[in-house]
Design a protein around this ligand. Structure first.
Ligand code: HEC
Ligand code: HEC
Ligand code: HEC
Ligand code: HEC
Length: 402
């Protein structure tokens, strides 16, 4: 069975049990209220009988922690579709093929998309190197060792998440960077898991040993969306088509990576952001409580939320892949074709419901394709995004919906 004590999953559960609802106002894809629901479905729908997540679970199919955690939403849907035959064959040995409602499809996808968020715990020995190589030791004491131009960092050991470290560094950052420059030192930059390593080191040497470390919530993308508006980030950044142009368009950046890396990126760019803020007379925002985690979760889910799609490419695929052979798309009489008219079928309102419908009907479609000598189509995630964009456009024309 699924071992929830495996590392990433353990963290996932810990975070999520503490979690408020994770919801996202989506343009294209609505996030489920909690990714944990996706994990529950992964168990209850039987995916776990054949698939592992980071080594825990069934071995009939791939370890989805390893193969899918890096993927975009539509890549995952495409992988499910492309492998549906192998899955069906494996399932037919005594199991029912799980049917997924649009909501369930969305939950499973957001769960799989979420897997990358949780980093491996930091390494104290690596952290020790970071602490001296990046010069923190020149100004900060921990466990009685280090300089005194900055405050001692012993109390940071109460935190279990490097996001808090990043938040404190951000809040004190301008003064700290000024000091660093005064001393002729280099402003530290972070990559990979370095912030997590640093925190692990602080925890290992600090005399402050909390009985119950303070975990961060996984961050609510929905709250993050509100926070970046309130904190004025949109004065400089565009997100999903709104906002300023002084900083980079955040929707064009990829933040589908570990939470520690995203925190590191915020820090690395901070000195330039502060400089711009000074020029524009904007007070640099400070983060409290879980706010930094919320912002990071929002950045992380930006790529999940909006799926690009090209109409013309989609239309081409609809013909090339044979969909047009069986599905009427406009006024033509449906009776000539074996499949339903995709512009009119009920319930295919968004990209996730269409994905779920394709998954649920894949066996029947495969049979019909076989009869008509149409090869079973395979897709890249990008193909699928384009195709579904096209199907949605048919529906918009037909119903004026959305
Ligand atoms: C009865 C076994 C079985 C069940 C149940 C099952 N799968 Fe699969 N799955 C497979 C097999 C076999 C493959 C093809 C081999 C492979 O690529 O992993 C596959 C492939 C996949 C792939 C593509 C993997 C890759 O790396 O390309 C995804 C994604 C996937 N399954 C998701 C799911 C989800 C989500 C569920 C639950 C709704 C599920 N599977 C249920 C057996 C199963
Ligand atoms: C040149 C000296 C200097 C260096 C080098 C330096 N800091 Fe600081 N740091 C400071 C000062 C000064 C403050 C207090 C700023 C303030 O009062 O707002 C500070 C504040 C902090 C805080 C907030 C502490 C709290 O209790 O809220 C953290 C966390 C921190 N630094 C971490 C680091 C880390 C990690 C490094 C190395 C990557 C580092 N600092 C390198 C001088 C330095
Ligand atoms: C005054 C303008 C300004 C404001 C306000 C601002 N930023 Fe920035 N931001 C920038 C600029 C300019 C850069 C590029 C800096 C660089 O190139 O190093 C940047 C870079 C970033 C990056 C790095 C992107 C990457 O390539 O990895 C992130 C993330 C980011 N900002 C998030 C935020 C968030 C979150 C807020 C609100 C709390 C915010 N910014 C507020 C100007 C701003
Ligand atoms: C050989 C005929 C055939 C081809 C080719 C075909 N389909 Fe289908 N499709 C069907 C049939 C038949 C159904 C209804 C299946 C059922 O009732 O279970 C269906 C159902 C669907 C549904 C679900 C509709 C609903 O009622 O919810 C979607 C979405 C869909 N197809 C999309 C596609 C797309 C996209 C393509 C091209 C990649 C395609 N189909 C190619 C025959 C086909």
């Amino acid at each position: 069975m699924f071992n929830i004590r495996s590392k990433p999953i353990k963290y996932l559960i810990l975070f999520i049990l503490l979690s408020p609802l994770v919801k996202l106002m989506a343009q294209e894809i609505q996030l489920p209220s909690q990714p944990l629901e996706g994990q529950k479905l992964f168990l209850s729908k039987g995916c776990v009988k054949c698939h592992s997540i980071f080594g825990e679970g069934g071995k009939v199919g791939a370890d989805l922690g390893r193969t899918q955690a890096n993927k975009n939403t539509m890549d995952i849907v495409a992988a499910m579709w492309n492998h549906s035959w192998e899955m069906n064959r494996a399932m037919l040995r005594g199991q029912d093929v799980p049917q997924l409602s649009p909501q369930e499809m969305g939950s499973i996808l957001s769960f799989l998309y979420y897997l990358k968020y949780f980093d491996e715990p930091g390494s104290p020995s690596e952290g020790k190197k970071v602490f001296s190589e990046k010069g923190c030791i020149e100004c900060h004491q921990v466990g009685g060792i280090g300089g005194k131009s900055g405050p001692a960092l012993d109390t940071l050991s109460i935190y279990a998440s490097p996001v808090f470290l990043a938040q404190k560094m951000w809040n004190h950052g301008r003064r700290m960077v000024r000091k660093i420059k005064q001393k002729g030192l280099k402003v530290p930059r972070f990559k990979d898991n370095e912030m997590a390593d640093l925190l692990a080191y602080l925890q290992s040497v600090s005399p402050v040993k909390p009985s119950l470390p303070r975990y961060s919530f996984p961050g609510s993308p929905q709250r993050g969306e509100r926070i970046i508006k309130e904190k004025g980030c949109l004065k400089c950044h565009r997100v999903n088509g709104t906002g300023g142009k002084i900083g980079p368009n955040l929707s064009e950046k990829r933040f589908h990576e570990g939470v520690t890396k995203i925190a590191g990126r915020m820090w690395n760019h901070a000195p330039k952001m502060w400089k711009k803020m000074e020029e524009l007379g904007i007070q640099p925002p400070r983060f409290q409580g879980n706010e930094m985690a919320d912002v990071i979760a929002y950045l992380y889910f930006l790529g999940f939320k909006s799926i690009p799609g090209e109409l013309a490419q989609g239309e081409k695929l609809f013909h090339e892949k044979g969909c047009i052979q069986c599905h009427a798309i406009d006024g033509e009489t449906d009776s000539k074709k074996v499949g339903p008219n995709l512009a009119r079928t009920k319930g295919l309102n968004d990209i996730i419901s269409i994905s779920a419908a394709m998954w649920n009907h894949n066996i029947k479609m495969r049979e019909e394709m076989k009869k008509q000598n149409i090869p079973f189509p395979r897709f890249s995630g990008e193909d699928l995004s384009n195709l579904l964009r096209y199907i949605r456009s048919l529906r918009e024309q037909e119903n004026g919906d959305e």
